[in-house]
Design a protein around this ligand. Structure first.
Ligand code: SF4
Length: 164
């Protein structure tokens, strides 16, 4: 199992590639990293420490750090929900609005997998579903993530996936 330091170094390498930064508040950073590590030990994957997951990988896939909602939250609010990842202007502003939960309530109730299957079957409210061709990770978003949160394969390795 990774130590917190090893986990952070891996995350930082990827964040540098993506052009993201971590919160400059050391206390907050340490606390969030500790939460991620605890979740990794508990569930086997780094579940977002600011959310309650199901403990089942397929249901929690959209809230494995970095979650599906990070990029949109940083673009709109300057940080991710937990304030682990921040945008370039974050350090220049003293007061920060709390980031509202972007994950739909039904994802908490039914799990990510069920919601994706519904979207595929219903044909409405369609975000595209993308599949990582390296590890099989699925995500429903407007476009694939820069890096797969499971195996770290690059965006180019994702393909559109038809839900039946
Ligand atoms: S990127 Fe998402 S999963 Fe990771 S800490 Fe931030 S809100 Fe939580």
């Amino acid at each position: 199992m990774r130590t917190i330091e090893e986990m952070f170094l891996e995350m930082k390498k990827i964040a540098d590639e993506e052009g993201y930064m971590f919160t400059p508040n050391k206390e907050e950073l340490d606390s969030i990293l500790a939460g991620l590590r605890e979740n990794e030990q508990r569930y086997g994957y780094p579940l977002c420490p600011c959310r309650i997951g199901s403990g089942e990988l397929a249901k929690d896939m959209d809230i494995i750090c970095p979650c599906n909602y990070r990029d949109a939250d940083i673009a709109e609010f300057g940080s991710c929900l937990c304030t682990l990842y921040v945008g370039g202007e974050w350090g220049n502003t003293k007061a920060h609005e709390p980031v509202p939960e972007r994950r739909a309530q039904e994802n908490f109730i039914k799990g990510y997998q069920a919601i994706m299957e519904q979207k595929g079957a219903g044909g409405k409210d369609m975000a595209e579903v993308y599949r990582c061709t390296v590890c099989g990770y699925l995500c429903a978003r407007d476009e694939p993530p820069e890096l797969c949160p499971i195996c770290r394969a690059k965006k180019e390795r994702f393909e559109k996936f038809g839900m039946k």
